[in-house]
Design a protein around this ligand. Structure first.
Ligand code: AMP
Ligand code: GLY
Length: 424
């Protein structure tokens, strides 16, 4: 079959790499893709929000399956747009992508269906939010309701910070309309775990666990980023935690969406916090995580195209997911200055070192080919270097060996990805 992937980051590279291994996939396109994706798919210069051009392209090329990977097009109804012209697309429809697209929606859903999460209040007016903060317990968490590139969450230690946060989100509108409404939430402590799952509307199949490192600098200092590195599995995601989540979180979420008339097909990414009182949902995402995907898919044994089809057809209960009994670590190589100001256009060398190296992968997040045919940096996050190992420690050693195979000016990385492994 012919497959089109919508997106152009490290996550999409990992998806493309995995799909390229499927005997079912005869031709792979990616819009817009990047220089790394170009080694496994034909890149098409169409933006992820340009639904008219994307659907016209898919019709023209007789695409059998389109995979919509990023949150923005999903929330804006990309899957609906493909379906409207009679094409198959993988991902939640607009009415289900709201699970990620509105924090107020997802919090209300969890409350209504007794899915464990932090207690919260929702505010449409800055005045009311400020009044509430006068007596609320600190620390407290403020979240812009809408999509804000993972950056619309403010952890506030003091009342003063919290009030300033309301100003930032609701009055200064730092994240635009995403901040018209905010969720004010109880601050939780514990280990964070990411669990990705495939959902077919009714059934859910959970993938292996992972952990992200969201802060820019070593020791979890610095600004929040899209993610600076990941490892999988999480040693803190025990059988007991898994049993609890299956019973109280995973299937209940799928059932809740169905009960609301918002049948969810696609990926649900559960951001969990393992608190003293048990696992609680920090957030839902309606898509693969980035860079979680870069450590989860290399460990998956199934044919990804088959799993995508089963989700669309509602036959996920007839298949079993299989993951290798090993571990993976991904270290993101970013541009110095990310997530704020950084330069682009530097030549990347050494990429060929990854060819024919079993268990080592370089997934491109922000790269492009320049006029001379060089692969150059083209984003804050540039590459994700993933390595497998028999266990987490070996995978980490391997990943930190391979980060030196590639060079580019202003290369920046965290040196402590997977440090938590030592505490397990
Ligand atoms: P989110 O985009 O909702 O995942 O939030 C981003 C990050 O903020 C999470 O990965 C957590 O580290 C942190 N966070 C979000 N909500 C809470 C909470 N209620 N308590 C403590 N930390 C939180
Ligand atoms: N790595 C976190 C995310 O994809 O949202």
């Amino acid at each position: 079959m012919k497959v089109l992937i919508v997106g152009g980051g490290g996550r999409e590279h990992a998806i493309a790499w995995k799909l390229a291994q499927s005997p079912k996939v005869e031709k792979l396109y990616c819009a817009p893709g990047n220089a790394g994706i170009a080694s496994v798919a034909e890149c098409v210069n169409i933006g992820v929000m340009d639904f008219d051009k994307l659907t016209a392209f898919a019709q023209d090329k007789k695409i059998d399956l389109t995979v919509v990977a990023p949150d923005d097009p999903l929330a804006a109804g990309a899957v609906d747009a493909f379906e409207a012209v009679g094409l198959r697309a993988f991902g939640p429809r607009k009415n289900a992508a709201i699970l990620e697209g509105s924090k107020a929606f997802s919090k209300d859903l969890m409350k209504k269906y007794n899915i464990p999460t932090a207690s919260y209040e929702t505010f449409d007016s800055a005045e009311e939010a400020l009044a509430y903060l006068e007596t609320a317990d600190m620390p407290i968490v403020l979240k812009a309701d809408g999509l804000a590139l993972g950056k619309g969450v403010l952890i506030c230690n003091t009342r003063k910070e919290a009030k300033a946060g309301v100003q930032t989100l609701m009055l200064d509108k730092q994240f635009g309309a995403a901040g018209n409404r905010i969720v004010v939430e109880e601050f939780m402590t514990g280990r964070e775990v990411s669990v990705l799952s495939f959902v077919d509307g009714k059934n859910i199949q959970v993938m292996t666990s992972a952990q992200d490192h969201k802060r820019a600098k070593d020791g979890d200092e610095g600004l929040n980023t899209g993610g600076m590195g990941t490892f999988s599995p999480s040693p803190f995601y025990t059988k007991e935690v898994d049993d609890f989540c299956r019973k109280h979180i995973y299937q209940p979420t799928v059932d809740a969406m169905r009960a609301e008339g918002r049948e969810f097909k696609g990926i649900i990414f559960f951001g969990l916090m393992l608190t003293e009182k048990g696992p609680k949902v920090l957030e839902y995402n309606a898509r693969f995580g980035d860079p979680e995907t870069q450590v989860v898919l290399p460990r998956m044994k199934n044919d990804l195209a088959e799993v995508f089809e089963a989700c669309i057809d509602g036959t996920l209960d007839q298949m079993e997911l299989e993951f290798a009994d090993n571990a993976a670590v991904c270290v993101v190589l970013a541009s110095q200055g990310y997530p704020e100001h950084y330069e682009k256009g530097y030549v990347i060398s050494g990429l060929e070192r990854f060819e024919d190296q079993d268990g080592y992968y370089v997934f491109h997040a922000g790269s492009r080919l320049d006029d001379q045919g060089n692969v150059v940096t083209n984003g804050g996050r540039v590459l994700g270097v993933t390595a497998l190992g028999a266990d987490l420690k070996e995978a980490r050693t391997n990943a930190y060996k391979a980060v030196h195979w590639v060079e580019f000016e202003n290369k920046y990385m965290r040196h402590d990805i997977g440090k938590a492994i030592d505490e397990a």
